[in-house]
Design a protein around this ligand. Structure first.
Ligand code: ATP
Ligand code: MG
Length: 319
């Protein structure tokens, strides 16, 4: 079986009792992540990317639908062996300064997860494992970092430590939620390359969440495009980038100058701001802002169709 994780119609709704509203953060998402592959998830702010990421590593439970990891429902795995699941799926957060306890030095930051998961017989052995992984990631001499505290490092250095920490346990899946968006532009490419090298070397799968289409294209094997809690298009990176079918994907790509040099294609404007996922449906969630929408789009949500092998989109006016 090549699939590592499978989502089946996953829903996450938040109820705002004060306003008597339901926020449909994730609203029926199905896909599967293959072993050793990188899936990029792109979409505007508030479309549910981080909520989806939290569901994937079971920081939150879905309101409906199911998530399977290696063929077994996550809720079952968590009941039987929570530590095993925690070890298999790791998350890298956007802000590395929020990730660590400021009172712990880097040695403690890195060796604690090994201790929790019973890896390495002694502190020396654990330290050796950390140093090897750090040197694999180009941090030399690794020992120089061990007695430093998070606030003594730059954002880029600390995010590298965060990546190393997530890799130490040899996870099967990494969720990276906008891992470079808060870092200086000058260090972003380097951090992305570290992430890419480590995951490739260890054949770790990754879900890479980002606003940035150019970076997502560079790093991902597959791309899923989200809009208001739903995936509107998904496929191999080249298919989605070079042959986008959904009007929303087309607009996003046409607005990305490094992919679409302005002289080549017209920029497609998306009207208005991304709305909040409240009261969506019954029609297509994008129809109010869509340049192709007709009456039909207002009435019912289009099914996801396979346009070509492994390339899916949901729109009445694909192409
Ligand atoms: N714990 C929560 N309680 C209530 N609403 C929430 C909660 N978490 C997220 N939301 C709402 O769910 C929607 C999706 O949020 P989410 O953070 O997943 O989006 P995102 O795509 O990660 O956005 P960004 O690109 O800004 O990080 C938003 O409308 C958000 O306000
Ligand atoms: Mg987010």
């Amino acid at each position: 079986m090549n699939s590592l994780m499978r989502l089946n119609n996953v829903v996450k709704w938040y109820v705002e009792k004060r306003k008597n509203q339901i926020i449909k953060a994730v609203d029926g998402v199905s896909f599967s992540i293959d072993r050793g592959t990188i899936l990029g998830i792109i979409g505007e702010s508030g479309c549910g990317k981080s909520t989806l990421g939290r569901l994937l590593i079971a920081l939150e439970n879905p309101t409906d639908g199911s998530i399977e990891f290696e063929g077994e429902k996550i809720e079952h795995i968590l009941k039987k062996n929570p530590l095993k699941f925690r070890r298999s799926c790791q998350m890298i957060f956007q802000n590395p300064f929020d990730t660590f306890d400021p009172r712990d030095d880097i040695e403690k930051v890195l060796t604690t997860p090994l201790k929790v998961h019973n890896i390495g017989g002694s502190q020396e052995e654990r330290l050796d494992i950390c140093i090897k992984t750090m040197e694999d990631a180009g941090i030399r001499p690794a020992m120089d970092y061990m007695n430093r505290y998070p606030h003594e490092l730059s954002g880029g250095q600390l995010q590298r430590i965060s990546i190393i920490r997530s890799m130490l346990l040899n996870p099967k899946l990494i969720i990276a939620d906008e891992p470079v968006s808060m870092l200086d532009v000058s260090v972003r490419a380097d951090i992305i390359n570290t992430l890419l090298e480590l995951t490739r070397k260890r054949e770790t799968s990754m879900v890479f969440i980002s606003h940035d289409i150019a970076t997502t294209r560079y790093i991902s094997d597959m791309i899923a495009v989200m809009y208001l809690g739903r995936i509107v298009e998904m496929g191999k990176t080249d298919d989605v980038i070079h042959n986008p079918k959904h009007p929303y994907t087309k607009a996003l790509i046409s607005n990305c100058a490094s992919i679409n040099p302005l002289e080549k294609k017209d920029v497609i404007k998306i009207a208005g701001e991304p709305p909040t996922p409240i009261g969506t449906g019954p029609g297509c969630y994008f129809y109010e802002r869509c340049y192709k929408a007709s009456k039909k789009c207002e009435k019912s949500y289009p099914d996801m169709v396979e346009i070509e092998k492994g390339h899916y989109a949901s729109c009445y006016y694909l192409g």
